[in-house]
Design a binder for this molecule. Structure first.
Ligand SMILES: NC(=O)c1ccc[n+]([C@@H]2O[C@H](COP(=O)([O-])OP(=O)(O)OC[C@H]3O[C@@H](n4cnc5c(N)ncnc54)[C@H](O)[C@@H]3O)[C@@H](O)[C@H]2O)c1
Length: 445
C-alpha cells in the first residue's frame, strides 16, 4: 500500500520503517525539518535497538522517504497513519492540537483529489475523539462524507520504547475500531503480523489502549506498594512476587477482570483491612490498597443511587411502584456466605430508604445459616426471613426494578418472563438473555 505517516517520533519512525520493511511504500511527514532530513539521510531521529539498520535499508531501497510537506506526502497515497503526539495539557486533559492540525491538513489536501483515502489514528486519544473530533474535522476539511471514498479507523499502538521494533513485529494483538471497509484497509496494512485481530467499536479501540496503560501502571504500583510494606515486616517481597506470578489461575489471568458488581465475602475486605492496619502500624501509606476498598464501596453506593433514581423516575414509574426484587444475596454465586456481601449492604440501603425489597437467593436459607454468617446477617438484615422468598417468580411479582446478582440461568429466565420495567444486571455474566428486555441496564456492559 502507499502509506503517508504523520509524526516521525518514537511510534512514527518505528512504524514507518517496519511498514516499509514489509513491502509498503511509506512517506513520513513531520513538521520538524531535522527529523525529515535525518530519515532521508538514512538516520533514525530516535534511538531504538535494531532501528538504524532497518531504516537505512528501507531508505536505500526507496520504500521509505520523509518530507515536511503534507501535499508531497499525500501525492500518491491510499492511507494516512496519524502518529503525532498527544501530550498532557496542564489540567491533565489530552492535548489534541497535533491531531486536529494533521487531520485538518489531510482533509484539505484530499479535498482536491478524487482518490479514495483511509485515515487511521494510531496516536493514543481519549474515547470519543475519532467520532467527535476527527470525523467532523475530516469531513468538513475534505468536503467528503465518511463512506465509499473516505474511511476512518482507530488502531492503537502497543509498542514500548527500548524494545519498539521487536514489539512492533510481535504485538499482543491488533485492535481496530471502525466500519468494515476501514477495518479491511487496516487488516491489509498489517497483514504480515502474526497476532489476533479484534475489530471493535471505535470507542472501545480508543479505550483498550488506556485500559492497558492504566493496568500496567497499577501493576507496578501494586508490586511496589506491597514491597514498601513487606520491607518493614522483614519480608522478601521479590520472593513473594516470584511465587505470586506463578498463579496463572487467579493472579496472572483473566480472573477478576470482568466488569460487574463489588467484591465482598469473608476474605477480600478483611485481608485488605489487615494490610492497611499493618501499614498504619508501620507508617507506610498504602494508597493503592486503600483505593481498592474505597472504589468498591463507591460502586455499591452508585448502584443503590441508580436503583433509587429508577424508582423515583416519574416518567418510567408513574404508579410510584417502590418494589425492588434483589435476585442474589450472597457475595457470589453458589455460596450462602453472606459476610460482607455487597448485596446485603445494597439491601440494607434500599430497605433503609423505604423501598419494598423482595429477595431471592437460590442457595441462602435463613434456617440453615449458622455461626459468624448468622451473626452477620442478624446484625445487618434482622428481617431477612420476612423479605426472603423461596420462589424467584414470587420475588419478582409486581417489582418495578429487578437487580440481578445471580449467575443462575433460571433467574435470568424468570426475569425475562416477568419483564420488570427496569432490570439492573450486576452479574456481569447473564448479558445475553436479559439484554433483550426494554428496561435492561448493565453494570460494566
Ligand atoms: N512513545 C511510546 O512508547 C508510545 C507507545 C504507544 C503509543 N504512543 C502514542 O503514540 C503517539 C506518538 O507518540 P510518540 O512518543 O511517538 O510522540 P513524539 O512526540 O515522539 O512524536 C510526535 C511527532 O509528531 C510530530 N508532529 C507534530 N505535529 C505534526 C504535524 N502537524 N505534522 C506532522 N508531524 C507532526 C512531532 O514533530 C514529533 O516528531 C502518542 O499519542 C503516544 O501517546 C506512544
Amino acid at each position: 500500500m502507499n502509506v503517508t505517516l504523520f509524526g516521525l517520533g518514537y511510534v512514527g519512525t518505528v512504524t514507518a520503517t517496519c511498514l516499509a520493511a514489509r513491502g509498503h511504500r511509506v512517506v513520513g511527514v513531520d513538521t520538524d525539518s531535522g527529523k525529515a532530513a535525518a530519515v532521508n539521510a538514512g538516520r533514525p531521529p530516535v534511538i531504538e535497538p535494531g532501528l538504524e539498520e532497518l531504516l537505512a535499508r528501507a531508505v536505500e531501497s526507496g520504500a521509505l522517504r520523509a518530507t515536511e510537506s503534507v501535499r508531497d506526502g499525500l501525492a500518491d497515497s491510499d492511507l494516512s497513519l496519524v502518529c503525532v503526539g498527544t501530550p498532557s495539557a496542564t489540567n491533565g486533559s489530552t492535548d489534541l492540537v497535533q491531531v486536529r492540525r494533521v487531520v485538518g491538513e489531510i482533509g484539505a489536501t484530499i479535498a482536491t483529489s478524487d482518490r479514495p483515502h483511509t485515515v487511521v489514528i494510531r496516536s493514543t486519544v481519549p474515547p470519543g475523539t475519532v467520532d467527535d473530533v476527527v470525523v467532523p474535522l475530516l469531513e468538513q476539511a475534505s468536503g467528503r462524507t465518511i463512506g465509499s471514498d473516505l474511511q476512518v479507523a482507530m488502531c492503537p499502538e502497543f509498542l514500548r520504547e527500548g524494545s519498539s521494533v521487536a514489539d512492533f513485529f510481535g504485538p499482543p494483538f491488533l485492535v481496530i475500531g471502525g466500519a468494515p471497509a476501514a477495518a479491511a484497509a487496516v487488516r491489509e496494512l498489517f497483514g504480515f503480523l502474526d497476532c489476533s485481530v479484534h475489530v471493535v467499536e471505535t470507542r472501545s479501540a480508543e479505550s483498550v489502549k488506556y485500559a492497558c496503560n492504566a493496568f500496567h501502571a497499577l501493576k507496578v504500583s501494586f508490586a511496589n506498594e506491597l514491597s514498601r510494606l513487606y520491607r518493614m515486616l522483614d519480608v522478601d517481597s521479590r520472593q513473594v512476587m516470584d511465587v505470586f506470578v506463578q498463579d496463572r489461575q487467579l493472579n496472572i489471568s483473566p480472573a477478576y477482570l470482568r466488569p460487574g458488581f463489588a467484591f465482598g465475602g469473608s476474605c477480600l475486605p478483611k485481608d485488605l483491612r489487615s494490610l492497611l492496619y499493618l501499614g498504619r502500624m508501620n507508617n507506610v501509606d498504602l494508597p493503592v490498597l486503600e483505593a481498592s476498598l474505597a472504589t468498591n464501596e463507591m460502586l455499591v453506593r452508585e448502584v443503590a443511587d441508580r436503583i433509587l433514581a429508577s424508582v423515583d423516575d416519574a416518567a418510567t414509574n408513574p404508579a410510584h411502584n417502590r418494589r425492588v426484587a434483589l435476585l442474589g444475596l450472597s457475595f457470589k454465586h453458589n455460596t450462602d456466605d453472606l459476610r460482607e456481601s455487597p448485596n446485603v449492604t445494597l439491601a440494607e440501603i434500599l430497605i433503609g430508604k423505604g423501598l419494598d425489597v423482595r429477595i431471592y437467593d437460590q442457595v441462602v436459607n435463613p434456617a440453615q445459616l449458622s455461626g459468624a454468617n448468622l451473626r452477620y446477617v442478624q446484625a445487618r438484615l434482622p428481617h431477612l426471613q420476612k423479605v426472603l422468598h423461596d420462589d424467584v417468580a414470587e420475588a419478582l411479582c409486581g417489582a418495578h426494578v429487578a437487580v440481578v446478582s445471580s449467575a443462575d440461568r433460571a433467574v435470568a429466565d424468570a426475569v425475562v418472563a416477568a419483564k420488570p420495567p427496569v432490570v439492573l444486571d450486576l452479574s456481569g455474566r447473564l448479558g445475553a438473555p436479559l439484554e433483550t428486555l426494554d428496561g435492561y441496564q448493565g453494570v460494566g456492559w
